[in-house]
Write a protein that binds this ligand. Structure first.
Ligand code: HEC
Length: 127
C-alpha cells in the first residue's frame, strides 16, 4: 500500500515537472523580451519578420546572423536569387530590413587575430 502511494506520488511529481513551461530567457534590463517560439526580439516589426523569415528555415539562422541594412538586403537578394524567396512589397521589405539592422547590427569580429609566424608550428607543406 505504502509502495503504491509512493509510486503514485513520484508519478504525479514527474508529470507536474514535465508539464511546467520552460522559463523565459533572461534579458538585460531595457532590452526587448525574446519570443519563446522564434527567439526574435519582440520589438517593432518582429511579427512581420517571424512571418516572413521562418517558413523555410529556423529563425535561429536569422538571429545568429548580424549585418547592416545593406548587408541584410544583400542576404535577402541572395535568397531571392538562389533560394526561391519571393519578392516583398518595397514597404514590407523596408520594415524587415529596418528591424533586422536595428536589432541584429554588425558586431566586432569574434575571431581572434592570426598568430604571428614565429609562434606557429612548422608548416610541413612549406617548400
Ligand atoms: C523561400 C525560402 C526562404 C525564406 C522565406 C527565407 N529564407 Fe533565408 N535562407 C533560405 C535558404 C535555403 C538558406 C540557406 C540555408 C542553409 O544554408 O542551410 C537561407 C539562409 C539564410 C541565412 C544564412 C545566410 C548565411 O550567410 O549563412 C540568413 C541569415 C537568412 N536566410 C535570413 C533570412 C531572412 C532574414 C528571411 C526573411 C526576410 C529569410 N531568410 C527567409 C531560404 C529562405
Amino acid at each position: 500500500m505504502r509502495a503504491a502511494m509512493t509510486t503514485a506520488l513520484v508519478c504525479a511529481l514527474l508529470i507536474a515537472g514535465c508539464a511546467r513551461e520552460a522559463p523565459p530567457e533572461p534579458v538585460a534590463p531595457g532590452e526587448p523580451g525574446l519570443d519563446p517560439v522564434s527567439g526574435l526580439k519582440m520589438t517593432g516589426d518582429w511579427e512581420l519578420v517571424r512571418a516572413s523569415c521562418s517558413h523555410c528555415h529556423s529563425t535561429q539562422l536569422v538571429i545568429g546572423q548580424r549585418g547592416s541594412a545593406e548587408q541584410w538586403l544583400t542576404m535577402i537578394r541572395w535568397m531571392q536569387d538562389k533560394q526561391n524567396l519571393h519578392n516583398f512589397a518595397p514597404s514590407v521589405e523596408q520594415k524587415i530590413i529596418r528591424y533586422l539592422a536595428e536589432n541584429y547590427p554588425p558586431t566586432a569580429s569574434r575571431r581572434r587575430a592570426a598568430l604571428p609566424p614565429d609562434l606557429m608550428p612548422p608548416n610541413p607543406y612549406a617548400p
